[in-house]
Design a protein around this ligand. Structure first.
Ligand SMILES: Nc1ncnc2c1ncn2[C@@H]1O[C@H](COP(=O)(O)OP(=O)(O)OP(=O)(O)O)[C@@H](O)[C@H]1O
Length: 315
C-alpha cells in the first residue's frame, strides 16, 4: 500500500477548518504487521476511511496492490478486510448465524464460516448469542467477519480499544498469526506497548503528518540513542573525563547518565583511561514510548494543533 501527499480537511459546524490529514505519506510493505501509530486525533481513522473509499481525499493518491483508489476500488476491495467502526452484528443471533448472514451477503460458502470461527478461536462459542459475548469475543468475531473473503490486506482501526489484557493478548496473537500466513495487517493504535510487541514496521503520525517510519527495531535503534548509566566513587573526576569526550553527563540519583557515547564499552574505556573504575555500568535503552513522545510532543500540544474539535463533530 502506498499513500502520497494525502490531505483531508473537515469543516466544523462553526465553519472552522480542521486539517485531519496533512500531506501524509504512508508506505505499508506487503506481508507482516504494520502499525499506524499516533495520538488521539492524529488522523488515523480519517486516513483509513480514505483507504477504504469511505471518505474522499481533498488531495493526494492512494494505491492498494498497485491500483489507484478510490478510482479503481472495486477491482481490489475483495482483497481487503477491515474493521473501522463497530461492526454491526445482530445481538440476538448467534455468532455463527451472524457470520452466515455475512457469508451469504458476500457470496462465500458456509463452510468458510466454520474455518474463520476456528481461526479466531470461537468455534466452540459459535452457538452463543452475540449479545452474550465478551468485548474480546465480539472483536474476534469482527476479525472472523473480515476473514470471510480470505483477504490479503487486513485493516484494523484500534482493535484492542477497551479490551482487558487477556483480550489484548488474543487480538495481538491473532494479528501475528494472520501476518505469519503471509497477509498484510495494518493496525492503527495509540497504545505503544502493543505496537512494540506485534508490529514489524511502523509509521508514526501526529497532526495528520508522518513523523517517522521503518522497522520497529530500526526506529528504536536510530531514534532512541541509548544512554549509559555509571556508578563511580569519584563523580566529579568521572564527569570531567566523560565531558572531555564530548558526551553530555547528567545525574540520576547516585548514577551518572551519559548520552552521546556509542556504547557502554566506550564509556567504560574513557573512565578507565583516566583511572576511574566503574562499580556499575548499565545501558539505558529507551522504549518506543519515549521515542514516540519525543516525536509527537506532549499530548496537549497535539490536540491543540489539530483544532481539538469535540466528539460531536465526529459523526
Ligand atoms: N467528521 C468530522 N468532522 C469534523 N472533524 C473531524 C471529523 N472526523 C475527524 N475529524 C477531526 O479530524 C482530526 C483527526 O481525527 P481522526 O479521527 O482521523 O484521528 P485518529 O487519529 O483516528 O484519532 P482517534 O484515535 O481519537 O480515533 C481530529 O481533529 C478530529 O476531531
Amino acid at each position: 500500500m502506498r499513500v502520497r501527499a494525502l490531505r483531508k480537511t473537515y469543516r466544523t459546524f462553526t465553519l472552522r477548518e480542521v486539517v485531519a490529514v496533512d500531506h501524509l505519506d504512508l508506505t505499508v510493505p506487503a506481508g507482516g504487521v504494520h502499525a499506524f501509530l499516533g495520538p488521539n486525533g492524529s488522523g488515523k481513522t480519517t486516513t483509513i476511511r480514505m483507504l477504504l473509499g469511505l471518505a474522499r481525499p481533498d488531495a493526494g493518491t492512494v494505491h492498494l496492490f498497485g491500483t489507484p483508489v478510490p478510482e479503481r476500488l472495486p477491482d481490489v476491495i475483495g482483497r481487503v478486510g477491515a474493521i473501522v467502526e463497530n461492526p454491526k452484528f445482530v445481538p440476538g443471533f448467534s455468532g455463527r448465524r451472524n457470520l452466515r448472514l455475512l457469508a451469504t451477503a458476500v457470496g462465500v460458502p458456509h463452510t468458510r464460516v466454520e474455518e474463520v470461527l476456528e481461526r479466531v478461536g470461537l468455534r466452540e462459542r459459535g452457538v452463543d448469542q452475540f449479545r452474550r459475548y465478551s468485548l474480546g469475543m465480539k472483536q474476534r468475531l469482527a476479525i472472523a467477519a473480515t476473514l470471510l473473503k480470505d483477504p490479503d490486506l487486513l485493516i484494523f482501526d484500534e482493535p484492542t480499544n477497551g479490551l482487558d489484557p487477556a483480550g489484548i493478548r488474543d487480538i495481538r496473537a491473532t494479528m501475528r498469526g494472520l501476518a505469519d500466513e503471509g497477509r498484510t495487517v495494518l493496525v492503527s493504535s495509540h497504545i505503544l506497548a502493543e505496537v512494540e510487541q506485534v508490529a514489524d514496521t511502523v509509521s508514526v503520525v501526529a497532526r495528520g503528518r508522518l513523523l517517522a517510519e521503518g522497522r520497529v527495531a530500526d526506529l528504536l535503534a536510530t531514534e532512541a540513542a541509548s544512554a549509559v548509566a555509571v556508578v563511580v566513587s569519584d563523580r566529579s573526576r568521572a564527569t570531567a573525563l566523560l565531558a572531555a569526550c564530548g558526551w553530555s553527563v547528567g545525574t540520576d540519583g547516585p548514577r551518572l547518565v551519559v548520552t552521546g557515547a556509542r556504547d557502554a564499552r566506550e564509556v567504560n574505556e574513557a573512565l578507565a583511561r583516566g583511572e576511574v573504575f566503574a562499580e556499575e555500568v548499565v545501558v539505558l535503552r529507551r522504549d518506543l514510548e519515549s521515542v514516540f513522545l519525543e516525536l509527537t510532543g506532549p499530548p496537549d500540544a497535539t490536540a491543540g494543533a489539530v483544532g481539538g474539535v469535540s466528539n460531536g463533530d465526529l459523526s
